[in-house]
Every structure is written in C-alpha cells, then in structure tokens.
Design a protein around this ligand. Structure first.
Ligand code: PEP
Ligand code: MN
Length: 342
C-alpha cells in the first residue's frame, strides 16, 4: 500500500502514519518528493484493512494499493526519477552516461591504454572484469585482485569511476575497496544471497537483466536491493535468449522503455552483450539512447582480435570514438552518420 500524505501534512502527522504502519505489521519506506511525502507500507503478514483505515488519519490524502509485486522499485512509490551518483558521475540525469572498457582486465598496459582512449573519446566511466563469469571453466577466468589494482591505477590516471563485476558474497568487501560501482552479472541476477548482501552495502549496484528473466523478475531482483536498504541501483538491459541465432542475444530495447515506465530507477543498455556483434554496436547504441536509456555500457579493447574474452563484440578505440560521435548525429537521415567520420 502507498500512503500519499497531503501536501500540507505536518511532521507529527507523518510520524503518526509511520507508527501506525509499524503497528499494522509492515515496514514504512518514506519518499520525500518535491511537493509531498509518500510512505510505502511493504512486507508480508500485516493487516491490510488496518492500513486502508489510515485514509481517515489526519494529513493523509489517500491510501492506494501498489499495482505491482515490486513495491519500492515501482514509480508509484517514487514518481520522480532516481539519480544514482557514482563518484562525480550522475546516472539518471540529463546526460547519457557511457561506461566503456574491456570485457576482462588482461594487463596493466591494456587497461591503462583503454581507459585513456575511452576517456579521450568522451566515456564517463570505466568498465573491466576482474572476476569473470565464463560459460566454460577452461576459459580465462579473470586476474582477480591484480585486475582490481590495475583498475584502481586506471581510475587514478583518468578520473573515471570504475564498475566491475562481483560474483560471490565473499568477494564483496575486497571489490568494494577498489570499485566505485558493483556489477551483478546476468547469470547472477537471481542470486538472492548476493543481492541481500549487496543490499546492506552503500555501493551503487549495476543490476544486469538475466538472459531468461522477464522484466518483472528483473525488477523484483532490484526490489531485493531496495528493500534491504540500498537505493543506489541502476538496471541494465543486456539481451535475452530467444530462437535467434545470428546474434548472441536478442537486445530487448523495448524493455529499456518499459523498465523506465514501471520504475524510477535509471536504466542503461549493453549493446555489446545484447548483440554480440561489433558491427551492430553503433546502431544499437543509437537506438538505445533514442528509446530513453540513461546510459550505455560498451566493451572496448585496444586490439579486439587479441582479447581474452568477448573480442567479437568489442570495439577498438577508433571504432569507439566513432560510435561516440554517432550518438549526437540526427536519427534521420542515416546519411548524416557518414559525417561522423571513421
Ligand atoms: C560482462 O559485462 O562482461 C558480462 C559478463 O556481462 P553479462 O553478465 O551481461 O553476461
Ligand atoms: Mn563481456
């Protein structure tokens, strides 16, 4: 249930509502908007009818059920869009945030060269995997702590905040020391032990959509983070499994718009994993921005043919710079794209 306070409700009236919600067996979550305060009463097992009776309490405008199973993630509990700060970078504001870097951190030289190159092209955050979720146990698994040290050095050299994946609860403290944002990979979207632990952390989380997850399941995964106390959540669409075989995944662009409609959380798009194809990164990025994505996360490697993971979907530094220029070219005519140069 959502309790919408009247615009002129007093602090004492708000406190009374909060106490009543607790007495009814729910947890109150307060959102202070520009004009009014909204209190979401969430939890299981409480008395709904007692909550409905709060309509009669002083300072309450109305009490309405939350239409979706994801409560705190829903725009009903927070009509204004959430902005997530990662260092100085604001995700969910006016600017499209571009996170760029290699799939995996492979060496000091590789990550430093990539960080400098993507920064020069206009990226605002650095990505790079230190702990890699690989489909095969025989594939490169990431450099771990060594990679985290290189990422820190790259951040110091460029000022770009770093996002990197955390695969297990035991790695959270160490990775949190080095990274500015923690990525929950697609394969871990429904790892509830991991989500619960990340909820207790204040670090911003980039929550990727699982390859077979519905939008509802994705938003419910985000609900674990918000209900556990971490409001700094950014959703990431990275493609889903379909019958299509020419692309690694099917980049579900409409889900970017839908997630932004259903939720106040920022949504970024990952055309690299979404398509799996270097030739599609530019058009897919432009489409993602056009449909409303708050940001992009793009794999870039100084020499994609030598990449230890995801080379086929990685741009080199020139291609990335060209893609960045293309983001501001008009949607039509396509001929305008030729002007962004190669
Ligand atoms: C990645 O970002 O390199 C990655 C493994 O992504 P995903 O979890 O979306 O597959
Ligand atoms: Mn990758």
């Amino acid at each position: 249930m959502v309790i919408n306070m009247a615009a002129n409700a007093s602090e004492a009236e708000l406190q009374h509502v909060i106490e009543r919600i607790q007495e009814c067996g729910f947890q109150p979550h307060i959102t202070r908007g520009a004009e009014r305060v909204i209190v979401a009463a969430v939890g299981a097992g409480g008395s709904r009818s007692a909550l409905e009776a709060l309509k009669a309490a002083p300072g309450v405008e109305d009490v309405v059920p939350i239409a979706h199973p994801f409560k705190l993630v829903s725009r009903q509990t927070r009509p204004e869009r959430t902005r997530v700060m990662v260092g100085e970078v604001c995700i969910g504001g006016e600017e499209v945030v571009v996170m760029a870097g290699p799939c995996s951190v492979e060496s000091r030289e590789q990550i430093l060269a990539t960080a400098r190159g993507v920064k020069a092209a206009g990226a605002t955050m650095l990505r790079g995997g230190a702990y890699k979720p690989r489909t095969s146990p025989y594939d490169f698994q990431g450099l771990g702590l060594e990679a985290l040290q290189y990422l820190r050095e790259a951040r110091e050299a460029t000022g770009l905040p770093v996002v990197t994946e955390v695969m297990s609860t035991e790695d959270i403290p160490l990775i949190s020391e080095y990274a500015d944002m923690l990525q929950v990979g697609a394969r871990n979207m429904q790892n509830y032990a991991l989500l619960r632990q990340l909820a207790k952390s204040r670090k911003p989380v980039l929550l990727k959509r699982g390859p077979s997850a519905s939008v509802k399941e994705w938003l419910l995964a985000a609900e674990y983070l918000l209900s556990g106390g971490n409001q700094n959540v950014v959703l990431c669409e990275r493609g889903i499994k379909t019958f299509e075989t020419e692309m690694r995944n099917t980049f579900d662009l409409a889900a970017v718009a839908l997630a932004r409609e259903l939720s106040h959380l920022p949504v970024v798009a990952d055309p690299s994993h979404g398509t799996g194809r270097r030739d599609l990164i530019q058009p897919a990025s432009r489409a993602a921005v056009a449909i409303g994505a708050d940001g992009l996360i793009i794999e870039v490697h100084p020499c994609p043919e030598r990449a230890l993971s995801d080379g086929a979907q990685s741009l080199d530094l020139n291609e990335f710079a060209k893609m960045m220029r293309s983001l501001t070219a008009p949607l039509r005519p396509l001929a305008a794209l030729a002007e962004v140069g190669s």
